[in-house]
Design a binder for this molecule. Structure first.
Ligand code: ADP
Ligand code: MG
Length: 254
C-alpha cells in the first residue's frame, strides 16, 4: 500500500462510501495488497474489487426473491429423499430444476395423497426459480380464491387477476382439499385462463382428475379448468407412503 498516499487512500474510501459501495470499501485495503503482490493490471484489480460488491448484491437479490415468493418453508431438492419415494422420477425432477418448463410456459401437476412430498417438491422448484431471478409466488388454492373473492367484492378483481398473472411461476398448492363453489370456481377459471400458454403454474392436488367435478361442481367449468391446466403439463403422480408417517411405519417394516 506504500505507493499510495494516505490522503489518496482516504479519498478513495470516502468516494466508495459516498457511492454506497460498501463492500468495495470494506475490501479495498486487502485488494490493494493482493494487487501489488500479484502485479495485477488495473482492470483485473477493479474486477476483483467490484466482484465483492456484485456478489453481495446478488446474494441480497436472491434473498429478496425467495422472501417475496412466500414459500411455506425453504425445503430444497437436496432435502428430498428420492429413495423413500421411488415413484418420483429423479431425472424428471432434474429437468424441472433446469426451468426449461418455464421457458416453454408449461405447467407441472403433482398428484398424490397427503404427505408424499408434493408441496416439498413444488417449493424446491420454486426456490430454484426464485434464485435464478424468476418472479415466483406460492399460494394455497384456498387463499388464492379468498383473495380473488375479496377483490371482486371490492371492485378490484381485474387488478388482482393481473397481479397473479404477472408471476413467471405461480405455485397453487392444495387444490381440492376444500370444495370450491361455482362462483369461486369462475374466478379460479379466469386466473387459469389468463395464465394459459403465457406463464407456468405448478399445481399440487390430492384429487384424481376424474374426480375434479367434485371440486368444481359445474362439469363444464371443471372441464374448462382441467383442459387449460393439462394442455401443456407434466403430471407427476406420486404413489407411496406419507413421509409424515415414516417414523411410525419404520418399526413395523423391520
Ligand atoms: P404433501 O404436500 O404431499 O402433503 P409435503 O410435501 O408437505 O407433503 O411433505 C410432508 C413433510 O414430509 C414435509 O415436511 C416434507 O418436507 C417431508 N417429506 C415428504 N416427502 C419427503 C421425502 N421423500 N424426503 C424428505 N422429506 C420429505
Ligand atoms: Mg402439501
Amino acid at each position: 500500500m506504500n505507493q499510495f498516499t494516505n490522503t489518496n487512500y482516504q479519498q478513495l474510501l470516502q468516494n466508495l462510501e459516498y457511492l454506497k459501495l460498501k463492500q468495495m470499501g470494506l475490501h479495498l485495503s486487502e485488494v490493494i495488497d493482493f494487487s501489488i503482490k500479484n502485479e495485477l493490471s488495473f482492470i483485473d484489480t477493479l474486477i476483483k474489487l467490484t466482484n465483492y460488491e456484485v456478489d453481495v448484491r446478488e446474494q441480497n437479490m436472491i434473498h429478496a426473491m425467495v422472501k417475496v415468493a412466500a414459500f411455506p418453508h425453504l425445503k430444497e431438492m437436496k432435502d428430498f429423499d428420492f429413495e423413500f419415494q421411488p415413484s418420483v422420477n429423479q431425472q424428471q425432477l432434474r429437468d424441472f430444476q433446469s426451468l426449461r418448463f418455464i421457458q416453454e410456459n408449461e405447467n407441472i401437476v403433482f398428484l398424490g395423497p397427503s404427505g408424499v412430498g408434493k408441496t416439498h417438491l413444488a417449493t424446491a422448484i420454486g426456490i430454484t426459480a426464485a434464485k435464478k431471478r424468476t418472479s415466483t409466488y406460492f399460494i394455497k388454492c384456498h387463499d388464492l380464491i379468498q383473495n380473488l373473492k375479496k377483490a371482486r367484492i371490492e371492485n378490484r378483481l381485474e387488478s388482482r387477476l393481473k397481479h397473479y398473472t404477472k408471476y413467471k411461476l405461480l405455485i397453487i398448492d392444495e387444490i381440492g382439499y376444500l370444495p370450491i363453489d361455482p362462483e369461486d370456481a369462475k374466478l379460479f377459471f379466469q386466473l387459469i385462463d389468463a395464465r394459459y400458454e403465457k406463464k407456468s403454474t405448478i399445481f399440487t392436488t390430492n384429487v384424481n382428475f376424474k374426480s375434479w367435478e367434485e371440486i368444481f361442481p359445474e362439469p363444464k367449468l371443471a372441464n374448462a379448468i382441467l383442459d387449460r391446466i393439462l394442455h401443456h403439463a407434466s403430471v407427476v403422480t406420486i404413489t407411496g407412503d406419507s413421509y409424515r408417517l415414516k417414523q411410525h411405519l419404520e418399526p413395523v417394516n423391520e
